[in-house]
Design a protein around this ligand. Structure first.
Ligand code: R2B
Ligand code: URA
Length: 289
């Protein structure tokens, strides 16, 4: 991990507003020894993963076990199981980016310099069967440029957005042959919203594009080996490259966008699809511990 050198002296005992976390020894003790940070959009899924991990790694009966949230505000939730932190990141690049800065400061001050970050999420597949799990190679902006635009002090800088190849390789290698679904390595687009940013027709505002223009766009996407749309991968990849933290994204596709915009699979199938990404992450974590 490479941390902002301006932090080194000035921040001990200071306060991380978005996590309501004081950098005191007492609070930092709850975070010491973390190696793997698993991030998911929803607080419910962050807790659910912690419950599963407890059953697997701590051998507790999940029916009688309630993980404790370590974050004392309502924006994010975090649960610890051994050296794994399961944390929620909210929706979109802005939400995950604030979480990334905040939790990385916590990891740094807790002395966890050798961490890995994995986003476990959902996405809209492009030309792949619903239920396929995608590991992201490179994250693209919706204008099909690989990179993440950061605007600061009136200037835009585009940072590289390659995920960590070694981590992707380790995750792929740790999967058994009988998973029952495909895990593919490909590229992802992080859109600024679920609707127009993802070339949908079913948002509240009428799009300026028509079906022909959209088909051309989806075609270009396929030629770049982009397999899914979601909303956080560019911030995750660019932040983690700059902070020198190995990171990647494991995202299941809830539909194939070549056939439509609406997500029509029922709640049961949605839950099953989401479990797939957690299972892929768990297979990796098991191989490491
Ligand atoms: C995937 O799903 C969410 C939108 O429904 C968003 O957080 C994402 O990246
Ligand atoms: N998440 C997204 O961002 N897009 C989809 O189509 C599905 C889940």
């Amino acid at each position: 991990m490479k941390i902002n050198h301006l932090l080194k002296d000035c921040q001990k005992k200071s306060y991380i507003y978005n996590l309501n976390f004081i950098l005191s020894d007492a609070e930092l003790d709850s975070m010491r020894g973390i190696k793997y940070v698993c991030m998911q959009g929803s607080v419910v899924r962050a807790k659910e993963l912690a419950r599963k991990l407890s059953g697997i790694f701590l051998n507790v009966d999940m029916n009688y076990f309630e993980p404790i949230n370590l974050i004392k505000n309502s924006r994010y939730e975090a649960y610890r199981v051994g050296n794994i932190l399961s944390i929620s990141h909210g929706m979109g690049n802005t939400s995950i980016l604030t979480l990334l800065h905040s939790i990385t400061k916590v990891m740094y001050y807790a002395g966890n310099l050798d961490v890995e970050y994995i986003r476990i999420g959902t996405s809209g597949g492009i030309g792949v069967e619903a239920g396929t799990v995608i590991l992201t190679n490179t994250a693209y902006m919706p204008n099909l440029v690989p990179g993440h635009k950061v605007s600061a002090l009136g200037k835009d800088i585009i940072y590289p957005t390659d995920m960590n190849n070694d981590l992707n390789e380790r995750i792929l290698q740790s999967q058994p042959n009988n998973l029952g679904f495909k895990v593919l390595l490909g590229n992802s687009i992080a859109a600024d919203d679920f609707y127009l940013g993802q070339a949908r027709f079913d948002g509240a505002i009428r799009p300026k594009y028509d079906a022909k223009v959209r088909a051309e766009y989806l075609d270009k996407i396929k030629r770049l080996n982009i397999l899914n749309f979601e909303m956080e991968s560019t911030a995750l990849a660019s932040f983690c490259r700059r902070a020198e933290i190995p990171a990647t994204m494991i995202a299941v596709t809830l539909l194939n966008r070549m056939y439509g915009d609406q997500i029509t699979v029922g709640n049961e199938a949605l839950a099953e699809y989401s479990n797939r990404t957690q299972d892929v992450a768990i297979n990796y974590l098991k191989s490491q511990l």
